[in-house]
Design a protein around this ligand. Structure first.
Ligand code: NAD
Ligand code: IPM
Ligand code: MN
Length: 368
């Protein structure tokens, strides 16, 4: 049988730096676990704009639709801030998500024991934390029409539209409930039904899907602003959170700090299953291109590495190998491996991006 295919899009800023460590780990699985992938590299974001004048070439888009999974680093950066909106690096990523129809974005936030002291919150608030945010990814205010900047009288008006259909809410709700069945069967749905009609529909539809198809799931509803506060006050009250595109973007960055650093948070963006039962899928860290530290060997590659672990689990049915990789990350951290984002100014000398890769590979070797 042919090897599974992976399209790697490192992108901009720290994207290529963290992805270089993932590539070493992919090679390790090929050599040591007989789990080889056919890997191809291409451009996205500013890097694609520099070469092609577009943040995502049509050929790259077509390959993304063909391969078994896409791994993406990060896009964007100050160099591209003044570009026309239609060719900004972020448009490339949004096009991938939309055309691959990746409606369910899983953003787990897990606090590793070795980092419990390092979170900006008190240790007992975050120790043992393991939650999953399910973010709707292909609709809502990110894509709703009308949108644009228009002349209105003697001034301009900027317009975006929050829009959700029942079927869009149903499918992401189902994906959250399915996931919850494999966890603690508890889902909290977040919207603002108190001020937004789309929130009223969101609440009604998630409840209807639960009542009709998932009576075993305990579903609660919370206003998203309260949800943000509760995430910081007592995050362990949650297991699975399901929410819309924009709230999910913000709440997941907030959840990142529960784990110690934005450099720790992976994600899986999943679509409907193909004929072979495998979902269309893109895996990427939650963080961006981090222009403030790019090119300095300071980036934490763990979010990107854990995104590959999610690929092993969700695209390739390799749950045990995913757990092996997650355990290796945990071991490296327990052994004291720390990039600068995981330490304070008084905490000694940090290691580089590549040295974090070394530490994780060493733990992988020790796992055999
Ligand atoms: P960012 O996530 O790039 O950085 C926020 C802060 O977190 C910075 O201080 C950065 O140094 C730090 N950080 C992020 N990842 C880190 C890592 N792996 N290791 C250590 N520190 C890390 O967000 P931003 O600064 O708001 O955005 C920068 C650019 O990235 C923008 O162009 C934005 O649009 C883009 N962006 C892209 C993605 C993506 O590609 N998925 C996500 C978010 C932001
Ligand atoms: C993310 C990012 C993206 C988003 C941007 C870069 C388009 O912030 O993946 O969290 O807003 O979805
Ligand atoms: Mn974001």
């Amino acid at each position: 049988m042919a090897n599974p295919s992976l399209l790697i899009l490192p992108g901009d800023g720290i994207g290529p730096e963290v992805m270089a460590q993932v590539t070493r780990i992919i090679d390790w699985f090929g050599e040591k676990r007989d789990l080889a992938f056919d890997v191809e590299h291409d451009l996205v974001g500013g890097a694609a704009y520099d070469k092609h004048g577009t943040p995502l070439h049509d050929d790259t888009m077509a390959r993304a639709l063909e391969v078994d999974a896409v791994l993406l680093g990060a896009v964007g950066g100050p160099k591209y801030d003044d570009l026309d909106f239609s060719v900004k690096p972020e448009r490339g990523l949004l096009r991938l998500r939309k055309e691959m129809d990746l409606f369910s974005n899983l953003r787990p936030a897990q606090c590793f024991d070795a980092l419990a002291d390092f979170s900006s919150l008190k240790k007992d608030i975050v120790a043992g934390l393991d939650i999953m945010i399910v973010r709707e990814l292909t609709s809502g205010v990110y894509f709703g029409e009308p949108r644009g900047i228009f002349e209105e009288g003697n001034e301009r008006v900027g317009i975006n539209t929050q829009r959700y259909t029942e079927s869009e809410i149903e499918r992401v709700a189902r994906s959250a409930f399915e996931l919850a069945r494999r966890r603690s069967s508890k889902v909290c749905s977040m919207e603002k039904a108190n001020v937004m009609e789309s929130g009223i529909l969101w609440r009604e539809v998630t409840q209807r899907v639960r009542d009709a198809e998932y009576p075993d799931i305990e579903l609660s509803h919370m206003y998203a602003d309260n949800g943000a506060m509760q995430l910081v006050r007592a995050p362990k009250q949650f297991d699975v959170i399901v929410t819309d595109n924009l709230f999910g973007d913000i709440l997941s960055d907030c959840a990142a700090m529960l784990t110690g650093s934005l450099g720790m948070l992976p994600s899986a963006s999943l679509g409907a299953p193909n004929a072979d039962g495998r979902p269309k899928a893109l895996y990427e860290p939650v963080h961006g291109s981090a222009p403030d530290i790019a090119g300095q060997g300071k980036a934490n590659p763990i979010a990107c590495i854990l995104s590959f672990a999610m690929a092993l689990r969700y695209s390739f049915d390799q749950g045990e190998e995913a757990a092996r990789l997650e355990k290796a990350v945990e071991t490296a951290l327990a052994d004291g491996a720390r990039t600068p984002d995981l330490m304070g100014p008084e905490d000694g000398t940090p290691i580089t991006t590549k040295e974090m890769g070394d530490a994780i590979l060493k733990a992988l070797d020790a796992s055999l």
